[in-house]
Design a protein around this ligand. Sequence first.
Ligand code: ZN
Length: 415
Amino acid sequence: MDILIKAAKLIDGTGSRSTSDAFILIRNGKIIEIGSQNDLSENLTSGFGKFQIMDFPEGTILPGLIETHSHMHCTGNSEASERMLLDTEEILIMRAVNAMRVSLLSGVTTMRDLGSLNSVAFAIKNAIINNVIQGPRILVAGTPITTTAGHCYFFGTEVNSEKEILEAVRKQVKLGADCIKIMSTGGNFTPRSNPRRAQFSLRFLQEAVEDAHRLEVPVASHCHGTEGIINSVNAGVDNLIHCSWISSNPSEGYDYREDVVDEIADKGIFVDPTIALGHLRQIDDPEADVFQRGGVFYDLDSRYEMLRDMWSKGVKFISGLDAGMHMGEFGTHYNSVLVMIEKMGVSPIDAIKCVSKNSAECLGILPETGTVEKGKYADLIVLSDDFEKNPNSLKQVDTVINKGVVVKKNQIPLI
Ligand SMILES: [Zn+2]
């Protein structure tokens, strides 16, 4: 049945100003008309036969949220690492099934998984495509590529030579990966890997990126340390993850490089700053030392200052929670948006652009979703309040429409 949605406000995700008293018509999963309720005449609607009307006189329509960075079978709490190592594959799959449903009901209509077991990631993706389970549109990297004992080695792909890194890229593509995830530095999730230092030489990274691009698959590079960020930028990756600017020198904190930022902006490399996790961990345990809190987040105020500077230099930000990691609970991707607004001083309209249009562009799916525009899939969320005046209303998404199907209505899950 066709659906007619009316709301006090529409934010379309393109970065344009909001419009008032908007309506959207949906047919066969797609947006077929958008306009002002003043123009919504009998004539316009009479041709559509029976349609369901949903009216939100105080509400805001937004594009469905895009979570560009999750780990679908991880717990999202302090036991994430332990459970990942100890749980059976069956448990990991069941956890991922639940994570998909919870995420969708929270308003995430597209998700990119950036590191899970191949046996889980591709099964979940196929199960969603074939309607076996409910979940967002999903893109997956499968297992990230790392070094022996390197960051997230336990996901299963350890490489130590140029031959092996090429084999790993090709294997992921063969399995159906939508992108390649490379661990360019160590990370906090993996004790003994070193977040400050590069795991791969520039030459290794270049080989991998060149081969992935030959196969038309983008590369996302995990990098905390500045050494790994510079290697990634020079190797031509498409997407930087974390981008924490940590000095390779253990006695120093940050090593922020404005010249590299200019290059990131010029090349149009998307940056996922995973901004919410450090903030949430600090709230969770204000007394924790930096390593308990996540190691690399030495001084969050300085980090926000760097991110603001990157923003002012024109870097394109996307939105990743790192769902599955400690404090990255599935269903709380709204935190990525809210912390951007609160700590980076980004306007609500711009923060939504990051979680919708920019993220869709980074994932290569902008022609089909990511903004509220005629001809695109109806991936929409509706809040019961004015998002610009009350961004926290994003925490309780009222209604979720996934490819034209209403999966949550007035806070009630329909899946
Ligand atoms: Zn991650």
